[in-house]
Design a protein around this ligand. Sequence first.
Ligand code: HEM
Length: 504
Amino acid sequence: MWMLILLFLSLILAFYFFLTSNYGYWKKRGVPHPPISIFFGNLKESVFIKKSLAQVYTQMYNAYPHLLYVGFYKIRQPAILVRDAELLKSVLISEFHSFHDNDFHIDEKTDPMFGKNPFVLKGDRWKVARNQLIPCFTTKKVKSMFPLIEEVGKKIVAYLNRTPEAWGTEGLETKELAAKFTTDAVATCAFGLDGRAFEDPNSEFREIGRKLLTPSLMLALTHLCIMLVPSLANVLNAKFFPDEVANYFRTLVNKTLKYRKENNIVRGDFLDVMKAFKSKLGDDVFSNEEIAAGAAGFYGDGYETSSITISYALYELAVHLDIQAKLRSEIDNILAKNGGKLSYEDLVENTYLDNVLQETLRKHPPAPIMFKICTKPFKLPSPFGEGKGPDVTIEPGTPVIIPSYAIHYDDQYYPDPEKFDPDRFSEENKESRPKCTFLSFGEGPRMCLGMRFGVTQVKVAIASVIANFEVRLNKKTIVPLEIDPQYFLLKAKGDIWLNYYKRK
Ligand code: HEM
């Protein structure tokens, strides 16, 4: 009996030692860090799902206004959070070779779909996968998708016109409205399918999105486990793409490729680009499994980030009616010039719509943190500034956090940061800010691959709605919006209810 108790106590002691043995790491190197919680390092509030990681890292960022970077413990692992714009530039661009991987460790056997996504692939495999996807998102390709996205723009208008809740006292839940839009846009642009999200509330394609990403305690714990303790995620078989979703994309790809072959259909879309790789590389290197992973990635990366952006943009426009009116006048002019149609060229950039979109993404970046990892030893100046103390060498394997959300709310770059002000993104104002202080799509060689497509679909959604409806806040929306701590992306807690009144 005593032996058992002794064994048990030794195990607890060994576990305690294992969890806390690194906690002197930053002190030894003279790098300040926030107070540690035993067992959780500096992430206790996120582990208990009281605050999102974006909020926890923003607190850290704000607590050390005079430092270039802050040390912290990702549970037990020493990590750094970058604060300084010059250092951000080094990590993301000029010294990319020392930070080229993202800090995600997905076992391809456990999660074959997410494990093949360029976002989590490392080293040369990342380069190959990224290069294979680049042809799907060129300007030419996205321009060729524009008429398809425009059709979905007509669908959102028709849906709002035939849905009495939209203009009645009840209002419409806007995250769901935006998700319907991006579900249909991705279905048509990537696979040549009609997602039917506006016609059928439980359409197959929309249901897949719900299975993948409906916020819940279980989903939050799964994602936290994958992000913070990947070895435990593998033991628990925790995965980003559940088997049911992975199998859906396998079947979809097999069926669609077969149908296209039998009917001689060529659309030049994502599936056709993938099929061309299959023919070039052979089935052994690039099989339907690779194509299914690409399809799941297009869906996963493409629909949620953009629908979050659309819902935040419509919310901000409903709160700021003067900005909404100014935007509507610009869209009216574009429509008048083009015979009532939107045009890709007119929506690309240098428009007020572009400023509204960028300011939405500043205040509400859907991906509020970038998780990098040091891949080669790298010498940092003292955290107090160049020459103000000894240099610090960070070792390969050290997580490096880029706190995009915190940077977007730093008043040295964005005075009065809570204010929604699209003019911050006029050409002149953009040029006055240091590089790497707007990070909604990342920066450098790993910058968002689907940005062009994402921006285009978001702009078409906003322009279609604003051209046809006056958007107002419904009283069911709790203002100000809060961040949902259960979600790894930045999403509003609770619903966003808005009214859509037909223009007279
Ligand atoms: C408003 C919409 C979007 C936002 C805000 C967004 C944001 C981001 C961010 C912040 C990153 C990480 C960059 C980094 O780690 O350095 C990223 C990566 C990525 N995004 Fe997006 N994204 C959006 C839309 C899309 C769309 C529509 C697609 C594809 C259909 C897409 C595909 C990807 C891929 C494949 C990566 C990984 C790139 C790599 O590691 O090389 N994204 N995105």
